[in-house]
Design a protein around this ligand. Structure first.
Ligand code: HEM
Length: 395
């Protein structure tokens, strides 16, 4: 058995991935009862071949319905197959446009600087708790149009929804049904208000989105809000955290980035490849599928190890080297195919602004000690839960 959940492996799963790519790139893992896929080409196939690999647990399209308001199972976009996925995605796309995301830039920068203002005189920061964690939560709350006074409640629900999402992806159950219920009631109230008086926010845009006679139902909008909390928060937190940690571990690359800030976008792509915030995604085989000389039987759960694919030597020369100038860099950290991450432009924008602010505002940034950092919960989301750092205090 592969002990995926020990802290050592959660911190550094790469030696195991390397071994698996070489020896058993497609393997049934008995105790966890799923097939694991480790090589780049295979992972890309599993993620993008939605005819053979279902995101809906192999359920027929007719049962991939929308949860009723208040119902707990609400991750419809990411857990549906075509044709329902196609319909939902095109409606959601109308609201989640690159233009809407780009318009957030000044506000994200303002928020990033506000968070750093609180610590800049002290010379100490927990990069995760003080910065990389709150930033994406506040951004999503503002994008959705949550009044700022409600933000603490929103953050509590967000934590609970993220925790319970672990059960969907193999982790332990700790989320609270109560929080889901409260959150759905809260969003139902906001949806009702926006129906009467639309504002310039994502919820109003989701209500207005239409294709032919088709609109998003209230259940669709509620489940999309829950999905944004899960898919958009911890992932972005870990992208920012992994970027800072990896740069601190590679001082020559950090120095290069400081002297050539135009490399920032390419450095972020390399962090996405080198320490992918989402290490794995699940599918279910719709039929018997032959992959890498193995037959994955119909109905099997399949885990596509994105984190391993992004370190595959067959695809990336010198894959274990962190190189902020790597070109081309065809990583699949945001997935591939019809489920490609809807929030990728937002995640990239937030990471760029966050990293620029950290480099600018926290000089001589360094680890407080060499103690191993506590890994984030579960093996899907990859990062650390706390990162105490010191820097030269600012006036
Ligand atoms: C889908 C990664 C940030 C919203 C995905 C998928 C991956 C991913 C791998 C594909 C899932 C699959 O194939 O089953 C990431 C990473 C992020 C990030 C690494 C940050 C670094 C965000 C943000 C948002 C978001 C900020 C929104 C605010 C979504 C949504 C989907 C998705 C809605 C489902 C798309 C669909 O099923 O059609 N993400 N994500 N993500 N992501 Fe992200």
């Amino acid at each position: 058995m592969i002990p995926f959940l020990t802290p050592e492996i959660l911190r550094n799963p790469y030696p195991i991935y390397e071994m698996m790519r070489a020896s058993q790139p497609v393997m049934y893992i008995e105790p966890m009862r799923f097939w694991s896929v480790f090589r780049f080409d295979h992972v890309r196939t599993v993620l993008s071949d939605s005819a053979r690999f279902s995101s809906a647990g192999g359920r027929p399209p007719a049962s991939q319905g929308t949860p009723a308001p208040g119902q707990r199972d609400g991750f419809s976009l990411i857990t549906t197959d075509p044709p329902r996925h196609t319909q939902l995605r095109s409606l959601v796309n109308q609201a989640f446009t690159p233009k809407a995301v780009a318009a957030l830039e000044p506000r994200i920068a303002e928020l990033a600087h506000e968070l750093l203002d609180r610590v800049s005189g002290t010379g100490k920061i927990d990069l995760i708790q003080d910065f990389a964690y709150p930033l994406p939560v506040i951004v999503i709350a503002e994008l959705l149009g949550i009044p700022s006074g409600d933000r603490d409640r929103f953050k509590h629900w967000s934590d609970e929804v993220v925790a319970s999402a672990d059960t969907l992806i193999g982790g332990s159950a700790s989320g609270s049904l109560q929080a889901h219920r409260e959150m759905n009631e809260y969003f139902s109230g906001i949806i009702a208000e926006r129906r009467k008086a639309p504002k310039d926010d994502l919820i109003s845009a989701l209500i207005a989105a239409e294709e032919g006679d088709f609109h998003l139902s209230e259940g669709d909008i509620l489940s999309f809000c829950a999905l944004l909390l899960v898919a958009g928060n911890e992932t972005t937190t870990n992208l920012i955290g992994n970027a800072v940690l990896t740069l601190l571990e590679h001082p020559e690359e950090l120095a290069k980035l400081r002297s050539r800030p135009e490399l920032l976008p390419s450095a972020i792509e390399e962090v996405l490849r080198f320490r992918s915030p989402v290490q794995a995604m699940f599918r279910t085989a719709n039929e018997d599928v032959e992959l890498g000389g193995q037959v994955i039987p119909a109905g099997s759960r399949v885990v596509a190890f994105i984190g391993s694919a992004n370190r595959d030597e067959e695809k990336f020369p010198d894959a274990a080297r962190f190189d902020i100038e790597r070109t081309p860099n065809g990583h699949i950290a945001f997935g591939h195919g019809i489920h490609f991450c809807l929030g990728a432009p937002l995640a990239r924008l937030e990471a760029r602004i966050a990293l620029a602010a950290v480099l600018d505002r926290l000089p001589e940034l360094a680890r407080v000690n060499d103690e191993p950092l506590t890994p984030a919960r579960g093996f899907i989301v990859h990062g650390v839960s706390s990162m105490p750092l010191r820097f030269r205090p600012q006036e």
